[in-house]
Write a protein that binds this ligand. Structure first.
Ligand code: GAP
Length: 461
């Protein structure tokens, strides 16, 4: 099937809305930029991704511990981590006519200039030299740093005293609980602490669907190692991330690793790999990050809080652990999964759209239908089958809308791997041999097979 590449993303965004995966945030009030709401199927897909992530990175391992820290933390956390400073700000310019704000580095990138690491003065000079204007063609203001943290106030305190921030990453919740986990769980080196939760960034220019938003979920691990072992452990975790991307169903040709060059590394990082996905119409861009953060964070929190962050070996020797950080954005993972799964083919002479989702991620594992919804015997039998499957799998859909063909199309579009149909043969009135058998229709091939109800659960595994 040939198609313009960027059409594909538009089709996916439209499918997401039409089928209840993702809606624009505050939709009925005209939306709110950079926010998206997950509908029933988006919630199901997200939940499956998070469950599989937790299983792979926490439950299936002996060296990982879970955490769920508060979103609002003491402001001192963000001073110690450096987030209140220039390190967590983006260069911003304003359209002098419309007052719209833009990321200066993005405007330069549109002109094939990489502004990574440039000072505000260098950015201003380039904008002047190249005559770069706003997208509306107007002059731009001088660049200034715009901090990405959302501010709020806690309690009834006035002034700066009650100032708090919504966390811009889950990672710091892990660092500030490092000592609590050490004291309560006595973990052996190396070990990791994992957290899944919301993060907030007041992005200047939220864009590209779920790619750059102001409220999103992260799945992060801080993995604590001895300094002398960071390279060995880095390679092991790198392979775990590769395995995770495969588990999401992402194909090798659509995922690549970008080794961040030394001069672009954050000041605390000695090595960072960005895992990039080939988003339709956009090309390769960051899906997840993997950084060696040295002992930067624990050291800073130790100095700022006065709490020791040392690990004590059984022989009494003490050291501040070094940290490896795999950091995943849930929205970007969901987008990549949808892009990878979105397929168009031809079936019965018509174009068909379906999501080729892996069974462990599909919002519904199976849909159950009576062939006709006005035949009580069929409905009763279908309800029986539905109850059995629902009890076993949970994520089972009841679908009796429209004719069977329409149901298949709908379930194809939301990625349901199997449809089970209860028909007259199931009742066995004409042929006792087919009594208590049903049709399973397979999403990817459209093929159908008859199986006995007693074998259904095994078959759908
Ligand atoms: N603790 C490290 C950290 O937060 P990051 O590269 O800033 O590193 C990690 O973010 C991941 O979070 C990214 O790879 C991306 O998947 C996701 N992410 C970051 N900012 C985002 C945004 N504005 N919208 C959607 N996802 C975002």
């Amino acid at each position: 099937m040939t198609e313009k590449k960027d059409d594909k993303m538009e089709k996916i965004v439209s499918l997401c809305k039409r089928r209840g995966f993702v809606f624009q945030g505050s939709d009925i009030y005209g939306g709110l930029r950079g926010t998206w709401d997950y509908g029933p199927l988006g919630v199901a897909l997200n939940k499956n991704i998070k469950r599989e992530w937790w299983k792979m990175f926490v439950d299936d391992r002996e060296d990982m511990y879970g955490l769920d820290a508060a979103i609002i933390m003491n402001s001192k956390v963000w001073e110690a981590s450096g987030h209140t400073g220039a390190g967590f700000a983006d260069p911003m310019v304003e359209d002098l006519e419309t007052k719209e704000r833009f990321r200066a580095d993005h405007l330069l990138k549109d002109n094939d200039i990489d502004a990574e690491g440039m000072s505000l003065e260098e950015i201003d000079a380039l904008i002047a030299e190249k005559g770069i204007k706003s997208p509306k063609g107007n002059d731009l203001s001088q660049a200034r740093q715009f901090n990405l943290m959302f501010e709020s106030r806690i309690g009834a305190t006035a002034g700066d005293e009650g100032k708090v921030y919504l966390r811009p990453e889950t990672a710091q919740g892990i660092f500030v609980n490092f000592k609590n986990v050490l004291d309560s769980m006595s973990p052996k080196m190396p070990f990791g602490i994992a957290q899944v939760g919301k993060a907030f960034r007041n992005e200047i220019a939220p864009r590209e669907f779920l790619f750059r938003v102001r409220e999103f979920e992260q799945m992060e691990i801080e993995y604590f190692v001895k300094e002398s072992e960071w390279e060995v452990e880095f390679e092991k975790l790198r392979l775990d991330i590769v395995a995770w991307n495969k588990h999401l169903g992402l194909s090798d040709e659509n995922v690549r690793e970008f080794e961040v060059p030394e001069n672009d590394l954050a000041h605390y990082s000695k090595r960072t790999i960005d895992f990039e996905y080939n988003y339709p119409g956009k090309g390769f861009d960051e899906l997840a990050g993997f950084a060696y953060r040295t002992d930067h964070d624990l050291k800073n929190h130790m100095e700022a809080s006065g709490t020791t962050m040392e690990y004590i070996e059984p022989d009494g020797s003490r050291f501040i652990p070094h940290v490896l950080e795999p950091s995943f954005g849930l929205g970007r993972a969901l987008t990549a999964v949808l892009c990878e799964a979105y397929t168009e083919d031809e079936m019965n002479g018509e174009v068909r759209t379906y999501l080729k989702l892996p069974v462990h991620l599909a919002p519904y594992r199976v849909a159950v239908s009576p062939l006709l919804k006005n035949k009580p015997q069929l409905v009763e039998k279908a309800r029986e089958v539905f109850s059995v499957l629902k009890k076993e799998y949970g994520n089972v859909a009841w679908d009796d809308n429209g004719n069977v063909g329409k149901r298949y199309r709908r379930q194809d579009e939301i990625g349901t791997p199997y449809c089970v149909v209860i028909d007259f043969d199931t009742l066995g009135e004409e042929n006792p041999d087919t009594k208590d058998t049903v049709t399973i229709r397979h999403r990817d091939t459209g093929e159908q097979e008859r199986v006995s109800i007693s074998d259904l659960i095994e078959k759908l595994k």
